[in-house]
Design a protein around this ligand. Structure first.
Ligand SMILES: [Zn+2]
Length: 84
């Protein structure tokens, strides 16, 4: 809820606001620092990044809007196909 707002629609490199649940630091990440995984349901759709402060691997659920923002911002997307 606290991430992904104020994304500028310009030619400058897109930065995504993110926060680390481990060390609670806040920072901005370039598209290349994020990974998006789109699964078959909301629970398997998430984005992940490595905290630049403490090095933790952070994984957070991605709603439709976040998916739109991330894909539109050039974040590499991995499509997961879960066998039902
Ligand atoms: Zn951290």
């Amino acid at each position: 809820m606290s991430v992904m707002h104020g994304i500028p629609m310009t030619a400058v490199p897109v930065l995504f606001k993110a926060a680390c649940p481990e060390c609670r630091s806040r920072f901005e990440l370039a598209a290349g620092a994020l990974r998006l995984a789109i699964g078959g349901s909301r629970r398997t759709t998430f984005y992940s990044f490595t905290c630049p402060e403490c090095g933790s691997s952070v994984r957070k659920p991605a709603g439709e809007r976040i998916v739109e923002l991330l894909t539109g911002g050039g974040v590499s997307t991995l499509r997961l196909h879960s066998t039902v």
